[in-house]
Design a protein around this ligand. Structure first.
Ligand code: F6R
Length: 236
């Protein structure tokens, strides 16, 4: 496990973007596992800049996102599909048909999960998985629990997650209470993992996740078992 401490969000974003572009340069048809939330926005911005300069080419890249809110379709501006299009995909040359976000509007969410996992398997898994971390230690929307969930599944979001995410909504009542998220198998089978965490508020959970016991009560702690994890964090 490699920890990189940087001074601020800008440097965090550049470092993360560096690792992602190196991955694409080394393997142009990489499968990238992507995240939403506030942490990766700067990384996506930096990648867009380098794309515009001609330094990185996404034409052969496939992306699979970690999660989506249940009940929101891609046109809803709070959905993670909308987020990815707005902050990243609309500004680079990735083929939209090669970008996957779970369908939170599916009538059969269990089937959606199975198909998501099967599709991922057919791609040969994820080459590089980008992760943020929730204040309760969630990765994707794998919330603290009694066991680690293996496959893509539906979760009831914890009140702390609903509260944390309410900053993106008009009111806390508008935050969906459920999400569909990739499970631990797909995440742990990624060849490389890059976790980014910004700000003092994340310090405590980072310590628990990476220096404490491996427990489903702190979902990110499972990453201690992964052979190739890089954590970039800033205390700003
Ligand atoms: C979102 C996701 C979540 C976030 C986490 C941190 O796709 O997977 O696990 O990474 O909630 O969110 P931010 O970056 O907003 O602090």
């Amino acid at each position: 496990m490699k920890f990189i401490k940087v001074e601020n969000y800008n440097k965090l974003s550049r470092q993360a973007a560096n690792i992602i572009s190196a991955q694409i340069i080394m393997k142009p048809n990489s499968v990238l596992g992507l995240a939403t939330g506030s942490s990766p926005i700067g990384t996506y911005k930096q990648l867009i800049k380098w794309y515009n300069k001609g330094d990185v080419d996404f034409s052969e890249v496939t992306s699979v996102n970690l999660d989506e809110y249940v009940g929101l379709d891609g046109n809803n501006n709070q959905s993670y599909r909308y987020f990815m299009d707005t902050y990243f995909f609309n500004h680079i040359n990735i083929k939209k048909e090669n970008t996957y976000v779970p369908n939170g509007k599916s009538e059969d969410l269990a089937k959606e999960g199975e198909e998501y996992d099967a599709r991922l398997k057919s791609f040969g898994g994820i080459d590089l998985q980008l992760l943020g971390i929730g204040l309760d230690g969630h990765i994707g929307f794998n919330e603290p629990d009694k066991c680690f969930e293996k496959s893509t599944h539906i979760v009831n979001l914890h009140s702390s997650t609903i509260e944390a995410n309410s900053r993106f909504f008009d009111s806390i009542e508008d935050v969906p209470k459920q999400a569909i998220t990739m499970g631990m198998v797909s995440i742990m089978q990624a060849k490389k993992i890059l976790l980014i965490a910004n700000g003092k508020a994340k310090e405590e959970i980072l310590k628990k996740a990476f220096s404490g016991p491996i427990t489903p009560e702190i979902p990110a702690s499972i990453l201690q078992l992964h052979p190739d994890v890089t954590v970039i964090y800033s205390e700003e």
